[in-house]
Design a protein around this ligand. Structure first.
Ligand code: CAA
Length: 395
């Protein structure tokens, strides 16, 4: 059987950053609540001339530069924070990155799960057309109301992946565990630019979905816990991955380390499955919804030098809710990517915001009925130039 999976992967984020200590200070909250209680240090904040399209295109461009365009006939764009009710954001990306017109483009939506649905669809397309490659983009801006409990779990980021036969990074294995359960834990009505969330319910719904998708994986003949070397979780805030790891350990009876930092790891009991390494980027990005678990994958590939031939488990959760547990085998030579320095330089290069500037940006929402030219702020390869004739313009 042809091996199919992730051949290349790239992470992009937004122009600005907010240090959560500043937010805590301004809101009269102990900074340790965010750093230790949520496991978050910073969050990315888009400039006025950035959005899911510009971040997604910025993630996709280096993949195209490294791999060329030959055989890319499908672009799947997953997002919770879509910018249009009708047009797929990927259509703008197709033009921006210079893909030819002979490409099918579509948008996937199911909260934070959409990226995994797109990845599985890509695997299916490549199994039908083994000469083709599929560009998958997961890109999101996580927005909650100001002064709400969700506020410190905002963030922004995009991951682009090239899915192909004979992949260089991660072969996706055929068994998958699925779990869907209609629940009002988190959603975003069409007339709202921020998510509506029942925080406590969202945490229990996530953990129930983890157990449900794990049980389905077992019933489908997927690998047992002892045969999975590293485990990645959707990380709305990195402490959620720690909660998930504890839940999976209890559910399976396995002794798994729940250390979320190198410091905790020294004293932790149980098998290390990469929780600390896989949370390094998300701790600084904040929630990137569809991109989050793939940002965890990027962090693991960049910081764990012993992955060759190892099996990774990946749990994807999208509120509402749909979830999936998949597994994959890391391919020889993956460590030659050498992206760690580049990603940390990009994270360090974000321009810090103070709280008043962040609050003003948060409140800036461009209505489609008003023509506008956005200020030129981002130094990313692409920018959201504004709105004219009710259409969003990118350059
Ligand atoms: N020092 C250290 N820790 C502290 C502290 C301090 N001074 N003060 C509080 N804490 C700890 C608390 O003990 C708690 O830890 P545990 O969870 O381990 O018990 C943690 O900080 C959070 O504190 P609260 O329980 O008071 O919770 P909160 O009211 O701040 O809300 C939240 C937390 C519900 C996650 C909220 O941030 C939220 O609504 N976030 C958005 C929803 C979300 O991310 N849900 C996750 C599952 S859904 C999903 O995954 C999909 C998605 O992407 C949205």
């Amino acid at each position: 059987m042809t091996r199919i999976g992730i051949h290349d992967l790239e992470l992009a984020t937004a122009h600005h950053v907010l240090d959560l200590d500043r937010l805590a200070e301004s809101n009269g909250i102990d900074p340790n609540k965010f750093r230790l209680g949520l496991g978050q240090d910073e969050m990315s904040v888009p400039a006025p001339d950035e959005d899911i399209v510009t971040m997604g295109a910025s993630a996709a461009l280096p993949i195209i530069e490294r791999n060329g365009m030959d055989g890319i006939r499908t672009l799947l764009f997953a997002t919770e924070s879509g910018v249009d009710q009708s047009k797929a954001a990927g259509v703008s990306v197709q033009r921006l990155v210079g893909l030819p017109p002979q490409v099918r483009v579509v948008e996937f939506k199911q909260a934070c799960y959409g990226g995994t649905a797109a990845l599985q669809a890509a695997v299916g397309i490549v199994s039908r057309f083994p000469e083709e490659r599929v560009l998958v983009i997961a890109s999101d801006v996580a927005r909650y109301e100001l002064d709400s409990p969700g506020e410190p779990t905002q963030g922004a980021g995009a991951v682009a992946m090239l899915v192909s036969a004979d992949p260089s990074l991660l072969e996706i294995e055929p068994a998958a565990g699925l779990f869907t359960d209609e629940v009002d834990d988190f959603w975003r009505p069409n007339d709202s630019s921020t998510a509506v969330v029942d925080g406590a319910l969202s945490v229990t719904a996530y953990l129930d979905a983890l157990a449900g998708s794990w049980d389905d994986l077992q019933s489908r003949g997927g690998p047992g816990i002892a045969d999975i070397d590293r485990i990645l979780y959707h990380q709305p805030f990195t402490k959620m991955a720690k909660k998930a790891q504890a839940h999976l350990a209890q559910h399976t009876g396995a002794a798994l380390s729940t250390a979320l930092t190198e410091g905790e790891a020294a004293e932790a009991e149980g098998r290390d499955t990469g929780l600390a390494a896989s949370s390094l980027y998300n701790r600084r990005l904040g929630n990137s919804y569809t991109a989050s678990v793939y940002a965890a994958l990027a962090a693991l590939l960049d910081h764990d030098s012993e992955l060759e031939g190892r099996r990774i488990g990946l749990f994807s959760y999208g509120s509402g809710s749909v979830s999936e547990f998949i597994t994959g085998i890391v391919q020889p030579g993956y460590e030659t990517r050498g992206h760690a320095d580049r990603v940390s330089r990009a994270l360090d290069a974000r321009v810090p915001l103070d709280v008043p500037a962040y609050r003003e940006l948060h409140s800036t929402v461009y209505p489609s009925a008003v023509d506008v030219e956005t200020p030129r702020v981002t130094n990313a390869p692409f920018r959201f130039a504004g709105i004219s004739g009710r259409a969003r313009r990118y350059e």
